[in-house]
Each structure stands twice: as C-alpha cells, then as structure tokens.
Design a protein. Structure first.
Length: 248
C-alpha cells in the first residue's frame, strides 16, 4: 500500500501546502482517498494519481479543509464520464450535507455517468486484505452540543488501517489532543499525525512507547517550522505535499 499526502496544510490557507487529502493506492491500482480538502483533485493530479482509479472517499469530519474539494473531484469524474461506482463514506449527518453539495454543483444522479453510493462511516474492506476502522476522537467535543442542536456533523474520526493483524497504520486526521492517540497505536508501524491540535513531543513519546517506527506530521499550520528530533526507535518527519510512503 502506498500512501501519498497530497495536502499537508492545516485549516488556515497556506501558499505552500494544500488542504487535507491523503490517498492509499493498492496493488490493483485502486485508490482510496481520506479527506478531500480544497483543491484535492488538483493536488492528486499533481502527485500522479489517476482520478479514475479512486474507488472510495472517506471524510473524517465536515470542517471545510477536509471536505470542500469533494464537489470539485466529483465534477472532474463527471466530466471524464467515469463509469464505475464511487463510494463516499461520512458521518450520517454529513452525508446528507455532502450529497446536497453535489446537487448544488448540478451533479444530478440522473445525469451522472456513474453511481455514487453514499454510506455512513463504518469499518470497510480495502484491497490487499487491508481494512479501515473509523475511530471517533474528541476533535469536535467543544462544539458537539451546538452541532447536535444545529443538526450538523457532531463527530470527527481517525482512521486505523490494518492488515490481518500483521500491519497497521494510524491516520489521526484532526484530533482534540494527543490524548486521542493513547492506547490506539499498538501494532502500528506508522502514525500519520496532525500537528495543529497536539503536543508534538508528547506524540513522539507516545508513539515510541507503542512501538511505532515512523511518525509523519501533517496538517501543519503556517509558522510551525520544526518537529521533534527522530529517536533511535522512531523516525520523525514533517511532511510536505506529495510526501509518499510505502507500507507492506
Ligand atoms: Zn477539523
């Protein structure tokens, strides 16, 4: 499985970094996209991803930097006359909203050359015997009550990718704090961690204790210039757009 970080920026627009978008590409060429921030389609094209190979898009939460590239991606697929179905996974409340965003882009099911399956986030199978487990985190806890009252998405998730219990990768997406990672990293060789809501040093220490061998920081806000040093046990990397890592 090849992971590519197409957008390593945080919520504040940056001239150097695109908004959140990460793909996993499998041995059959299938691509799964995790979050689709602004310009996700363009960022994937820049990094050599064939958009027609995307089979699934999973959205962690509805902050704009994680979803608003979706209508643009769907437009690109429609113009290309895609044939194969596309699955879009999100929180049930977010699904209705994302579906509306497609309709407001005049992407009517009757006129699309491909079917879109809108599904509530739940564990799902990936190629090559991988599977993805959405793990709720506390990123939205401060606004949870307001979100529920407003009828909008009240929950954010991280994604655990695991292969038959022999390999695992943790994609933090946006967190409430590093405490969301506690107890979750066992068996993971790689942690792709956001940088905007966590203590980076604490993340590296937690990763080391859990046996994680590589921490890749992403979702990097403007002005964050340094990440903690690598240790003998953990390689620490500050990703830039297009950063790619192979996981077997
Ligand atoms: Zn967020």
């Amino acid at each position: 499985m090849q992971l590519i970080l197409h957008g390593t920026g945080a919520g504040i627009p940056s001239a150097e970094r695109c908004a959140s978008a990460l793909t996993a590409t499998f041995s059959n060429g299938a691509v799964v996209l995790f979050d689709a921030g602004e310009g996700a389609a363009q960022a994937m094209l820049r990094d050599g991803v064939d958009l027609s190979h995307i089979i699934t898009v999973a959205i962690s939460h509805t902050h704009a930097d994680h979803w608003c590239g979706l209508p643009g991606l769907l437009t690109a697929l429609a113009v290309a006359k895609r044939k194969s179905p596309l699955t879009i996974l999100a929180h049930p409340t977010a699904l209705a909203f994302l579906q509306q965003s497609a309709l407001h882009s005049h992407l009517f099911p009757e006129r699309l050359s491909f079917a879109i399956e809108w599904k509530p986030l739940a564990p799902f199978a990936l190629p090559d015997d991988w599977r993805c487990l959405p793990i709720p985190n506390t990123h939205l806890h401060q606004v949870e009550a307001l979100a529920e009252r407003a009828g909008v998405c009240p929950t954010a998730v991280s994604f655990l990718l695991e292969k038959n219990g022999v390999e695992a990768v943790y994609l933090s997406q946006d967190l409430g704090s590093e405490e969301d990672l506690r107890g979750k990293l066992k068996g993971c060789s790689l942690l792709v961690c956001e940088s905007a809501h966590v203590n980076l040093q604490a993340v590296v220490e937690m990763a080391e204790l859990a046996g994680v061998r590589r921490v890749v920081f992403t979702h990097i806000p403007p002005g964050l210039l340094t990440v903690p040093a690598s240790t003998p046990a953990v390689q620490v990397i500050a990703a830039t757009d297009g950063y790619s890592v192979q996981v077997e």
